[in-house]
Design a protein around this ligand. Structure first.
Ligand code: PMP
Length: 435
């Protein structure tokens, strides 16, 4: 294994102090590098496609703060808009015009959304949409897919992929059995399993929720006909179809996966990109369903900081930048060159790999594949991934510290960044092969 002298003394000091102050030293589990070993890198600042740690090391970043940084970190135009808003106050706890502006942008962009409610995170969006699914249908059971993550609300912590998978926790303690009893699970891309669940629970299923392109088992795409099949099945059973587009919304196309695949769900959750780096989540859908949400209707859901002007500003400016011509084409071309390059280099070095991308979302598994669901993803060689991750870090490339996470590019990534990344991968993947 090639090792460069990556000096991380200050990161180590700060992280060991953090471990005494916060559980595991982090504010969110996957940041802790548990699955790849070693200590996390403590960031000092970020700009464009680059991040710098507290020891002054510079990395090309493919995490993008887990998705939001699609316009590049600390984008000048987003920052300028934020500065202007900051002067007028960060939170009103009263209606503000910027909510209307972002709401209109979301409604115009996302085919299923006629009305939207802003919240502060993807978790909140999913938790609220589940309440709405139940309120609207008067049914309690839901179907989710193994390896799909919909935030950390109790009802979703069943086969939840991502951080839960990374840490190897079967189910979280503290989640009552009675809460998850109504959460039915099926393997991703398995329409027959979903049919069977509908048949076994007649008239009891409120709806089906899924990541239309999965990012939380690593990068997994829907089989041809899978999304269409779910649309038909849910309609047949008077159940709701919900796309969790927290990761894919405004990422794989401006209108999300539903625009890309031409399948319109009843409800959609959003997060990440929609907040441009500030905490924003949203859920929306048909007017008829959204009218159940308080105060228009009886389904209660609220938030002190929801729709605050600062977060709305970051979202509005980010979406404005994404509307410029050529955005998604650029992301597609660049990310495909990255993914094709990584796969080719890995195969030439003798590794079994599979992977792909849609626009600026990508992934590579150390397994022959195909990877169509979470069971397949788990066959990937995790120890090889750890060595790859560490090697890339030492070469100045910052990848998500887990095999079960998708990667992200941004509009700030350049051809030179991709060249540099592929050159690094060549060194690392060849050295792993020689281990
Ligand atoms: N849904 C999906 C598809 C996600 O990827 C995530 C976060 N990775 C969430 C929900 C939860 O969002 P948040 O972390 O903002 O609570």
């Amino acid at each position: 294994m090639v090792t460069t002298a990556l000096n991380t003394t200050k990161s180590e000091e700060i992280f060991s102090a953090a471990q005494k102050l916060m559980p595991g030293g982090v504010s969110s589990p996957v940041r802790a590098f548990k699955s790849v070993g070693g200590q996390p890198i403590v960031f000092d600042r970020v700009k464009g496609s680059r991040v710098w740690d507290v020891d002054g090391n510079e990395y090309i970043d493919y995490v993008g703060t887990w998705g939001p940084a699609i316009c590049g970190h600390a984008n000048d135009e987003v920052n300028a808009a934020l500065r202007e808003t900051l002067e007028k106050g960060t939170s009103f706890g009263a209606p503000c015009l910027k909510e209307n502006i972002l709401a209109e942008m979301v409604i115009n962009a996302v085919p299923s959304i006629e009305m939207v409610r802003f919240v502060n995170s993807g978790t909140e969006a999913c938790m609220s949409v589940l309440r709405l699914m139940r309120a609207f249908t008067g049914r309690e059971k839901i179907i989710k897919f193994e390896g799909c993550y919909h935030g950390h609300a109790d009802m979703f912590l069943v086969q939840a992929g991502s951080g839960v998978a990374t840490l190897g926790l079967p189910d979280s303690p503290g989640v009552p059995k009675t809460t998850t009893a109504a959460t039915l699970t099926a393997p991703y891309n398995d329409l027959e399993a979903v049919k069977k669940l509908f048949a076994e629970n007649p008239g009891e299923i409120a709806g089906v929720i899924l990541e239309p392109v999965v990012g939380n088992s690593g990068f997994v795409v829907p089989d041809a006909g899978f999304l269409e099949g779910l649309r038909e099945l849910t309609q047949e059973h008077d159940a709701l179809l919900v796309f969790d587009e927290v990761m894919t919304g405004f990422r794989i196309s401006y209108g999300g996966a539903q625009e890309k695949f031409g399948v319109t769900p009843d409800l959609t959750t959003l997060g990440k990109v929609i907040g441009g780096g500030l905490p924003v989540g949203a859920y929306g859908g048909r007017k008829e369903i959204m009218s159940m949400v308080a105060p228009a209707g009886p389904m209660y859901q609220a938030g002190t900081l929801s729709g605050n002007p600062l977060a709305m500003t970051a979202g509005i400016k980010t979406l404005e930048l994404l509307q410029r011509p050529g955005t998604y084409e650029k992301l597609e071309v660049m990310t495909k060159r990255l993914t094709d390059g990584l796969l080719e280099i890995a195969r030439n070095a003798g590794h079994q790999v599979t992977g792909g991308n849609i626009s600026g979302m990508f992934g590579m598994f150390f397994t022959e594949g195909p990877v169509r669901n979470y069971e397949d993803a788990k066959k990937a060689d995790l120890s090889k991934f750890s060595r790859y991750h560490r090697g890339m870090l030492e070469q100045g490339i910052y990848l998500a510290p887990s095999q079960f996470e998708a990667g992200f590019t941004s509009l700030a990534h350049t051809d030179e960044d991709i060249d540099q990344t592929l050159a690094a991968a060549k060194i690392v993947l060849n050295s792993i092969a020689a281990d």
